[in-house]
Design a protein around this ligand. Structure first.
Ligand SMILES: *Cc1c(COP(=O)(O)O)cnc(C)c1O
Length: 226
């Protein structure tokens, strides 16, 4: 299968999953995760009409964004504070904000570039120690302190389900993210909205869509295994 065939297959699966729960397929955006894959594959996906791309390492993200400035680049992986400066000028959305110190640095770099940087708060919905992310309580605290971060826009939440074959476990973890977003609607305002839910990868994006995902991050199902 070619990249363009894979992309159309994923887009139809998105449509099927959305329709099954009476959602519009247009309410779900596909972020093509191109990490470790060559520029030629990004080009092929872009030629097929794909606009949003995700990367999890800063250096690779910067290289690809320089090669393809017309595309929207999403940071989806663990982000070190000392590397925020390399992506602050162009990043479309940082999905993986997992500490207040990171948010403070993003705010600082947003100020330097005279822009508001769009962010999602990552929640640890599987409660596995190795997965980053805030607890609901810690995320709520950040949202109440948003005035301290004038150069960021919080657009919603991101989460990763546990790696398991048990779809009911996956579904309940995605449901936890959705419920957190609902609870956080009370903090919505000028620079906080809970409109975006980034959840679901190649193995579980239909479940995520059933639970309200607006951004699905799909890599291997488009570009092949890594
Ligand atoms: C790699 C990665 C993905 C995509 O994973 P696939 O299983 O290849 O679809 C999604 N989200 C994050 C945070 C990732 O690091």
């Amino acid at each position: 299968m070619s990249i363009s065939e894979n992309l159309s297959a994923i887009l139809s699966e998105i449509e099927v999953a959305a329709t099954a729960v009476q959602r519009e397929a247009s309410a779900v955006r596909l972020v093509a995760v191109s990490k470790t894959k060559p520029h030629a594959m990004v080009q092929a996906a872009a030629d097929a009409g794909q606009l949003d791309f995700g990367e999890n390492r800063v250096q690779e993200l910067v290289e690809k964004a320089e090669a393809f400035p017309q595309l929207r680049w999403h940071m989806i992986g663990g982000l070190q504070r000392n590397k925020v400066k390399y992506i602050a000028s162009f990043i479309h959305l940082i999905h993986s904000v997992d500490s207040e110190r990171l948010l403070a640095e993003i705010n600082k770099q947003g100020g330097k570039h005279n822009r508001q940087i769009s962010c999602l708060l990552q929640l640890n919905i599987s409660s596995e120690d190795q997965k980053g992310g805030f607890t609901e309580e810690a995320a709520a605290k950040i949202l109440q302190e948003i005035d301290a971060f004038p150069h960021v826009q919080i657009k919603g939440l991101m989460g990763m389900a546990e790696f398991t074959d048990d779809s009911s476990v996956i579904q309940s973890q995605f449901n936890r993210l959705r419920m957190a977003a609902e609870a956080f609607r009370q903090y919505e305002g000028d620079r906080i909205s809970m409109d975006e839910l980034s959840m679901g990868m190649s193995g579980d994006f239909p479940i995520a869509i059933a639970e309200g995902a607006t951004l699905v991050r799909v890599g291997s199902a488009i570009f092949g295994g890594r």
